[in-house]
Design a protein around this ligand. Structure first.
Ligand code: XLS
Ligand code: NI
Ligand code: NI
Length: 441
């Protein structure tokens, strides 16, 4: 029998309520009213907010210069099973009090990895049974699972792209078990983030061979999961660098090309992370649009980078303008395909109060709600869509339309150009577009 822990970890904090923007209560939502209907859907269904197990319950405030600062009460046991159960208790208490419905995990966020693969698998089965009961009791679900194929030293030269076959086989076994775990927990999706799938120096790297291995590996993982009855979507999470100097899943466009090259485009979509977009010198909005263009607008890892630091700081989202631009694409694309908004974000090293975890997630949910509401108004009430359409009006009739329909040859375009009047410049009106957004924030 499984004994559910009865310890309350956040005993001073109750269920987080929506109190509206005039509330001064730091532990209340100001904009995220889960049941509010915007553009035909409840906010909670637009977003499917998820808590990242690793940052919120595994992160302890460490950084490359210092050890843990966040000594949270669920971290007291040395025994892996007891520690994992305490973590699960804290996680489910937190998620339920937030009023969220989802979480995301790596295999060894759930329970500490063992010395052998067989024992790791046994541990995962044990903790999954415990988590399954907690899911059933609370209604909380798994948005996606994944395997951590980047932390252990065996992966220092990559996992699916490792030049040593033994490591590739180990990674395959780990992904198989992570898929089994995700399926056992009724996970809706499965993510691949290739932290060390890339290289540090091309001098010692056969790039083509490594990419072929990765393509094959992902195909095998998909086939295995489908055989087990998994019907969810696989997501690739692009990131240009860190920890590898150069990662193969650089950005959305690169990943889309890769998926098509290896015949994976039917089963895979993208999980776009804000801070990864900006590391790739793109905007969050750009990456979402690239994914939407390819019909691969799958899921979002919500966070933000730092304007001054060039690494993945994984801060909680708070840039209203950035998220509003993103929500324009989100609504125009018709929302996420299977995924949700996972807060892949961590409280700062010096945020050491238990309530900081709540405050951070409240802020993140409020920013997305406020941005989505503004974006919906921009799309439905402002001249934004009309103005953008007008810029392309010359393609809606006559020769422009013929071109779009493939009815004009190169020679005909040449003849049109010879006969037409001098071209008058047309303003792009960028500042006007920017002002429209500001008007609705
Ligand atoms: C790291 C990634 C990671 C993935 C899951 O930068 O964001 O957290 O989301 O492996
Ligand atoms: Ni992520
Ligand atoms: Ni990240």
């Amino acid at each position: 029998m499984i004994i559910t822990g009865d310890e309350e970890y956040f005993e001073d904090i109750g269920k987080i309520a929506f109190e509206g923007k005039d509330s001064d209560n730091p532990l209340a939502f100001k904009y995220y009213d889960a049941e509010k209907v915007i553009a035909g859907k409840k906010l909670k269904d637009h977003f499917k907010f998820a808590v990242a197990y690793w940052h919120s319950f595994g992160g302890k405030g460490t950084d490359p210069f210092g050890t843990a600062t966040q000594n949270f009460p669920w971290d007291n046991s040395k025994d892996p099973t007891n520690a994992a159960k305490a973590k699960a208790d804290a996680a489910f208490e937190f998620i339920t009090k937030m009023g969220f419905e989802y979480y995301c995990f790596h295999d060894f966020d759930l329970i500490q990895e063992a010395e052998t693969l067989a024992e790791s698998e046994r541990r995962l089965q044990e903790i999954s049974a415990y988590l399954k009961e907690k899911q059933e009791a609370s209604g909380v679900k798994v948005l996606w699972g994944t395997a951590n194929c980047f932390s252990h030293p065996r992966y220092m030269n990559g996992a699916a792209t490792n030049p040593d076959f033994k490591v590739l086989a180990h990674a395959a076994a780990q992904v198989k078990v992570a898929l089994d775990t995700t399926i056992a927990l009724d996970g809706e999706n499965y993510v691949f983030w290739g932290g060390r799938e890339g290289y540090m120096s091309l001098l010692n790297t056969n790039m083509k061979r490594e990419l072929d291995h990765m393509g094959k590996f992902l195909g095998l993982a998909r086939d295995y999961a489908r055989m087990q009855g998994f019907t969810g979507t696989f997501f690739i999470e692009p990131k240009p660098m860190e920890p590898s100097k150069h990662q193969y899943d650089f950005d959305a466009a690169t990943v889309i090309g890769f998926l098509r090259e290896y015949g994976l485009e039917k089963d895979f979509k993208l999980n776009i992370e804000v801070n990864h977009a900006t590391l790739a010198q793109h905007t969050f909005q750009h990456e979402l649009q690239v994914a939407a263009n390819a019909n691969m607008f799958g899921s979002i890892d919500a966070n933000r980078g730092d304007y001054q630091n060039g690494w993945d700081t994984d801060q909680f989202p708070n840039n209203l303008y950035e998220v509003t631009e993103a929500m324009l694409v989100f609504l125009e694309a018709g929302g996420l395909q299977g995924g949700g908004i996972n807060f892949d974000a961590k409280i700062r090293r010096n945020s050491t109060d238990l309530e900081d975890l709540f405050i951070a997630h409240i802020g993140g949910a409020d920013i997305f709600a406020r941005a989505l509401i503004a974006a919906d108004q921009i799309l439905s009430s402002s001249s934004y869509l009309k103005l953008r359409k007008q810029r392309y009006a010359s393609f809606d009739t006559l020769q422009g339309q013929d071109f779009e329909h493939g009815k004009l040859s190169m020679r005909e375009l040449y003849e049109i150009a010879l006969s037409q009047d001098k071209i008058q410049p047309t303003s792009g009106k960028q500042e006007f577009f920017e002002n429209i957004i500001n008007q609705y924030l």
